[in-house]
Design a protein around this ligand. Structure first.
Ligand code: AMP
Ligand code: ZN
Length: 460
């Protein structure tokens, strides 16, 4: 069985052949830590977690290395630090913001059932690697120093007579069009409008580091160089898979490719570029101004993380996803059922009808359809397949208990009312037994009578 992945660069689904099957390497752009992550940010986390799990299943846990960075240098972080901790020196305030937000991000993604990546590098811990790449780029003629900035020149890259990729190849943009369409108010230190920043001076009070050679004043890195440096440090000059949301293709990933390939004289940075589609909420673009901006943290107050996970995976990662309450409710009901029948069962091997669609460019909707198919005839296979996909992290009792807790229903009180109802029924007081059933229904408890007795659950 072979894995096929859609590659944004070649615009086709190709058989995945790792550079080294004993060391399969994947890099995914992680969060900028200045605020709670929103549910759109959860999409790459969940999608690439499924791919990480699938790769571990195929190549062995010890043979897959997954790197997801934490961007802890950014203007948004600085602004947030100044706003939230006005009394502190900026650097201390920044540390507080990035620490708090980083912890929150971990709590969120753990709850979503995402495995921690093998390495989670922080930009601030890789400034040395950034300077080294920048110095190589300047030495190679791909970048230049101007007014304490270092700028990358896409024109120089495309003029180079070598096996480098063309700038614009990933995002399918032509450099000529970019030049023609460039804004007129270009920063004065840029030679060409399309040049982008590798390094820039820090404003007074902002975090700063010793600059690459040729610049005396301290400064700070641009965003794109951070990922080139962290990927290089942890995965090497050339690795297997690079992922992120579709919004990152241009300019972020285009610029990462340019930096890495020019610095190391490589034709490629990653062999497969994978991008998840965007998430919108109830058919609208999610934005703070529209008031429909939802954080993972808020959703976790109302739903178990696995419900959010299932809801995300019902849509193929490549397509846009419409996040709706209706779909969430459906996902919750599905998981309730799977927990009831499969959580306490010894899991079998993940079933072929589930694994096969996953191998076909992570076709999770089809894999989920196959799970429904297993429900009727192969519970061990269902349990094993659900675990492969990152579900069933709790026992059935824990799941039901959490649901009761979240609903505010007191299980002891329910049992007491059920005993009263049973007593009323045995003395044929049906008016009283109906009253108790209605009372339970009003509490959000559904009861089911059968020959074996009465069972109950929280109605969704
Ligand atoms: P950011 O912190 O904005 O750089 O985003 C972190 C990750 O979340 C990146 O991979 C983005 O592409 C992704 N992302 C941001 N917003 C959305 C969205 N609405 N839908 C899907 N992915 C998103
Ligand atoms: Zn990145």
């Amino acid at each position: 069985m072979e894995l096929r992945l859609y590659d944004t660069l070649s615009r086709e689904k190709r058989t995945f052949v790792p550079l080294d099957p004993n060391n399969v390497r994947m890099y995914v752009c992680g969060p900028t830590v200045y605020d709670f992550a929103h549910i759109g940010n959860a999409r790459p986390v969940i999608v690439f977690d499924v791919l990480f799990r699938l790769l571990r299943h195929l190549y062995g846990e010890a043979h897959v290395k997954y790197v997801r960075n934490i961007t802890d240098v950014d203007d948004k972080i600085n602004d947030r630090a100044a706003r939230d901790f006005p009394g502190l020196p900026l650097n201390e305030a920044i540390r507080k913001v990035t620490e708090q937000t980083g912890k929150q991000f971990h709590a969120d993604v753990d709850a979503l059932g995402a495995l921690r990546p093998s390495v989670e590098p922080r930009a601030t811990e890789h400034i040395g690697e950034m300077c080294e790449i920048i110095e190589r780029l300047v030495a190679g003629g791909f970048a230049y120093v101007a007014e304490d900035h270092v700028l990358f020149s896409p024109q120089a890259m495309n003029a180079a007579n070598s096996a480098l990729p063309r700038y614009g190849a990933l995002s399918k943009r032509s450099l000529d069009e970019m030049i023609a369409g460039a804004r007129v108010d270009v920063a004065p230190y840029k030679r060409d409008a399309t040049d982008f920043v590798l390094w820039k001076p820090s404003k007074p009070g902002e975090p700063s580091w010793p600059s690459p050679s040729g610049i005396r004043a301290e400064g700070r890195p641009g965003w794109h160089i951070e990922c080139s440096a962290m990927a290089w440090k942890h995965l090497g000059e050339h690795f297997d898979i690079h992922g992120g949301g579709i919004d990152l293709v241009f300019p972020h990933h285009e610029n990462e490719v340019a930096q890495t390939c020019c610095a190391f004289h490589r034709e490629r940075m990653a062999n497969y570029w994978m991008h998840n589609g965007f998430l919108q909420v109830e058919s609208e673009k999610m934005s703070k101004s529209l008031g429909n901006f939802i954080t993972i943290h808020e959703l976790l107050g109302d739903w178990p993380g696995e419900v959010l996970r299932l809801n995300m995976l019902k849509t193929h990662y490549h397509s846009p996803i419409d996040w709706t309450m209706k779909s969430l409710e459906e996902s919750a009901r599905t998981l309730d059922d799977w927990y009831r029948v499969a959580a306490d069962v010894a899991p079998g091997e993940p079933a072929a009808p589930v694994v096969e669609p996953l191998l076909d460019d992570l076709n999770t909707p089809q894999a989920i359809a196959a799970l429904h198919g297993l429900r009727g005839n192969d519970i061990a296979g269902l349990a094993g397949s659900l675990r492969l996909l990152g579900f069933l992290s709790e026992s059935a009792a824990q799941w039901e208990g959490r649901k009761q807790q979240a609903s505010g229903v007191d299980a002891k009180e329910v049992e007491r009312l059920l005993a009263e109802r049973a007593a009323a029924r045995s003395r044929k007081d049906f008016k009283e037994s109906d009253r108790i059933r209605d009372l339970l229904a009003a509490m959000g408890v559904a009861i089911k009578d059968s020959k074996e007795g009465t069972t109950w659950e929280i109605a969704r």
